[in-house]
Design a protein. Structure first.
Length: 522
């Protein structure tokens, strides 16, 4: 659909507040000059797009998904593929391309963890290198903490070539708006012959959520004004700065964002947060404003072609799924990934030192303590991929379409590839796997991840061997260690083989590959 906008009253929604897109890669290095291998299918061709003045790539709500999980193929998303989308639009199509992100880079329930601090450094580096020139300041960014957000940004802004500021019309940190302290009110971006103004807001719904969280209890730390109180002035400032196209990055639910689009029609483009994970590929208009739902977890990107003509500015919109069949892993992001993993390794002492209490059932002892009595089960396990789960972190999965970066110290990978982690929370139990130097006996997906920690079971069975009677405690522990089919399907396997990591998981098919029973002395 083509949207025509009169030159009269055009506004530029400025303010590209580059907050950090969460990507698993290291200190920004020079991109590999070799082009990535093309995907098996040609990407969308944008056949009706003739000579756009600029092309905007719009994303948001990354929520910590730097890439599709390494143990699953044919999943959409990943910064490496997104970088190839930018390459395609710039090099193959020859267009002026600018990336804008609506914020929400970190996973909400993990924003305060040390790993998230490491991630954000590389988020900012990666997005800047790809070609992002502004990012909104969202709920996750503010929950991350004003001081940490400032420190992370300050570490990046001193790097040569960094040009991805945080923006927000209604968020003020430390009671001031001065250069060097994010976010800035708006950003003016020159894309070819077009001047784009970008700003962002925290909507009223999210502002109330942050109030409840206590984030805004001190206005000298974090102050959030009502969006409707400040946008008119910011719009005027962007227009005075020469903006021809105005973009609003609205960090809030769809209803809030649509209300702002109606109240401030000067914005030609409004991007909302909190849409569904995979929105429909359709052009949505709120009056004369293009309203963009770009989804979550980096699986999709909204691509907007901006055209200048005698009658004004017009736009065309297409939602692009960042999938393996269209886009390859760009080598520049492999460099970033390596840097990210290096940083996790350097800080693993403190990151992996954090742990939660062992379950009441006991501590984790490793498969070597199981195999003496459970020989048949052990033999079956040796022939499964579970036994080699840790190795896959080093060697990569089959059909990976890029250069694999080993990740032996990444908690979000160790949680399903070693023993003694809570796989949904990515937290290590006290006796869980640390590394191959400290806990080599817990490498791989072993018995105890399904049957529970075995220390008490091993101890009582050893006492029976030494002549202790078969008491009720012995029987109870033996029963406790058993795993029936229903429990396995509903409560155990799906903790790692969830939709994110194993979208095509079929319990009945997979169970046949690992099924075992009994003690089996032979």
């Amino acid at each position: 659909m083509l949207l025509m906008i009169s030159r009269t009253g055009q506004i530029l929604a400025a303010g590209l507040c580059v907050f950090g897109l969460v990507f698993l890669l290291g200190c920004p290095g020079k991109p590999d000059p070799a082009p990535p291998t093309a995907g098996p299918k040609p990407p969308p061709q944008f056949d009706s797009w003739e000579n756009p003045a600029a092309v905007l790539v719009l994303t948001g709500d990354q929520h910590g998904y730097l890439e599709p999980c390494g143990c699953s193929d044919k999943q959409a998303g990943g910064l490496a593929r997104r970088a190839d989308l930018f390459r395609f639009l710039r090099e193959d199509k020859g267009w002026n391309v600018v990336g804008l992100d609506n914020g929400g880079f970190l996973r909400t329930d993990r924003v305060t963890r040390e790993q998230s601090q490491v991630k954000l450094d590389f988020i900012l580096s990666g997005l800047n290198e790809i070609g992002y020139r502004a990012a909104g300041t969202g709920y996750e960014e503010l929950k991350y903490g004003s001081t940490k957000l400032y420190e992370t940004y300050a570490n990046e802004v001193v790097n040569d070539g960094f040009d991805m500021p945080f923006v927000s019309a209604n968020v003020t940190l430390f009671g001031t708006r001065v250069e060097g302290i994010p976010p800035q009110e708006f950003q003016i971006i020159e894309a070819g012959s077009l001047k784009v103004g970008v700003t962002s807001v925290i909507t009223d719904t999210v502002r109330k959520e942050l109030d409840i969280e206590g984030i805004t209890r001190d206005e000298n730390d974090v102050k959030i004004d009502p969006a409707s109180d400040v946008l008119a002035g910011v719009i005027q400032n962007m227009q005075d700065a020469g903006a021809e196209l105005l973009v609003l990055l609205s960090h809030g639910p769809i209803e809030d964002s649509k209300a702002l689009a109606e109240a401030f029609p000067q914005f030609q483009i409004v991007v909302t947060a909190r849409s569904v994970e995979d929105p429909r590929n359709e052009t949505i208009m709120v009056g004369n404003t293009l309203f963009c739902e770009v989804g979550q977890k980096g699986k999709n990107a909204g691509v907007v072609g901006v055209f200048k003509g005698e009658s004004g500015i017009s736009v065309k919109y297409q939602l692009i799924e960042i999938e393996q069949e269209y886009f390859a892993n760009h080598p520049s992001m492999t460099t970033l990934m390596q840097g990210y993993q290096n940083a996790l390794t350097e800080r693993k002492g403190s990151i992996l030192a954090s742990s939660i209490s062992d379950p009441e059932a006991g501590s984790f002892v490793g498969v070597d303590q199981c195999k003496t009595c459970h020989k048949k089960a052990y033999g079956k396990w040796l022939d499964t991929k579970h036994a080699h789960a840790y190795e896959s972190l080093l060697k990569g999965r089959e059909n990976f379409d890029g250069k694999w970066v080993p990740r032996p110290n990444d908690p979000e990978c160790l949680n399903c590839h070693t023993v003694g982690w809570d796989p949904q929370e990515a937290l290590r139990y006290e006796s869980g796997f640390v590394d191959m130097e400290t806990t080599p006996h817990l490498a791989g997906q072993q018995c105890e991840n399904c049957h529970g920690p075995g220390s008490k079971h091993v101890a009582i069975e050893q006492s029976v061997k030494m002549g202790a009677p078969l008491s009720d405690d012995v029987a109870a522990l033996r029963t406790q260690m058993k795993l029936n089919l229903k429990t396995a399907e509903k409560l155990v396997c799906a903790r790692c083989h969830d939709y994110e990591n194993s979208p095509h998981f079929d319990f009945n098919q997979y169970w046949g590959k690992i099924t075992h029973s009994g003690i089996g002395k032979d």
